[in-house]
Design a protein around this ligand. Structure first.
Ligand code: BTN
Length: 264
């Protein structure tokens, strides 16, 4: 199967939410590969029903429509493919700024700087009721990547200082948003294409392990029906997190997780 190409890029000066837009397009039968990019969102969606806000023209706000045809227990890999494409793009654009300029994946859905600040959030939304006959289930994966905002902690509300950051803060200079978008779109083809084969999915999982800052860390996992603590030891080939909870191995599925926080 050829890689999905991400050349149908629809740009918006302002829109409520690029995820909402592509979910509606998916319901109307749009094919995999459509990309929506906004300068500004008036109702950007975050995880757990939160909003995602960024000033106009500063950051990358984009969603991609995928139809990966994955088994339910593998669906998180679609999110991981987009996360890794963003990691690739940041590597390509920010590596010249030095070894401290890379980002890691905080399982399940965030990109973080070396100092632990969140620089991107990813929200996957599926509408399984809208599946067209013969067309695999649509999944819309949206990413909000803090490129040039915040410029400093002064831009953030007190509760986000030291918690959220941007590539600009990471590299100490403005980052070219268009070049980053081009690098991300180029990386999406092979990353999403890898979802189609067992070998490709194993490669994605291996790359996820290599960039996952959660591994080796003490974590507290909050699920709908309770919490537990332990040490994150692995990511499975399906993209699930393995936690050693006091000698008991527990496998955590992204869709069941409310929070994975540092323990202690
Ligand atoms: C999170 O809560 O960490 C996920 C945030 C995801 C935000 C992005 S911005 C582009 C896309 N459109 C949305 O409405 N949300 C996602």
């Amino acid at each position: 199967m050829p890689d999905t190409v991400f050349t149908d890029v629809r740009r918006f000066a302002s829109i409520d939410s690029t995820n909402r837009y592509l979910l509606d397009e998916a319901r109307a039968g749009a094919p995999a590969g459509v990309v929506a990019v906004a300068d500004h969102q008036t109702a950007g969606r975050g995880r757990l029903g939160r909003t995602w806000e960024a000033p106009a023209g500063a950051n990358l706000l984009l969603s991609v429509l995928l139809r990966p045809g994955l088994a339910p227990d593998q669906r998180h890999l679609a999110t991981s493919a987009v996360a890794l494409a963003a990691v690739d793009a940041v590597d390509a654009l920010c590596a010249p700024a030095g070894p401290g300029a890379g980002v890691g994946v905080k399982w399940p859905n965030d990109l973080v700087a070396r100092d632990g600040r969140k620089v991107a959030g990813i929200l996957a939304e599926a509408d399984l009721a809208s599946t067209a006959p013969g067309s695999p289930d649509p999944v819309v994966v949206g990413i909000g990547l803090n490129v040039n905002w915040p410029a400093s902690d002064d831009d953030l509300p007190p509760e986000l200082r030291g918690v959220a950051g941007s590539l600009r803060q990471m590299v100490g200079a403005e980052v070219d948003r268009e070049a980053l978008l081009a690098a991300l779109l180029a990386a999406l083809g092979p990353r999403v294409g890898a979802l189609a084969t067992g070998a490709g999915r194993a490669r994605l999982a291996a790359d996820l392990r290599a960039r996952c800052v959660t591994l080796g860390a003490p974590v507290r996992v909050d699920l709908a029906d309770g919490s537990f603590t332990g040490t994150a030891t692995d990511v499975t080939d399906e993209g699930h997190l393995v936690v050693d909870a006091g000698g008991v191995t527990r496998t955590v599925v992204a869709g069941d997780v409310i929070h994975v926080r540092p323990a202690g």
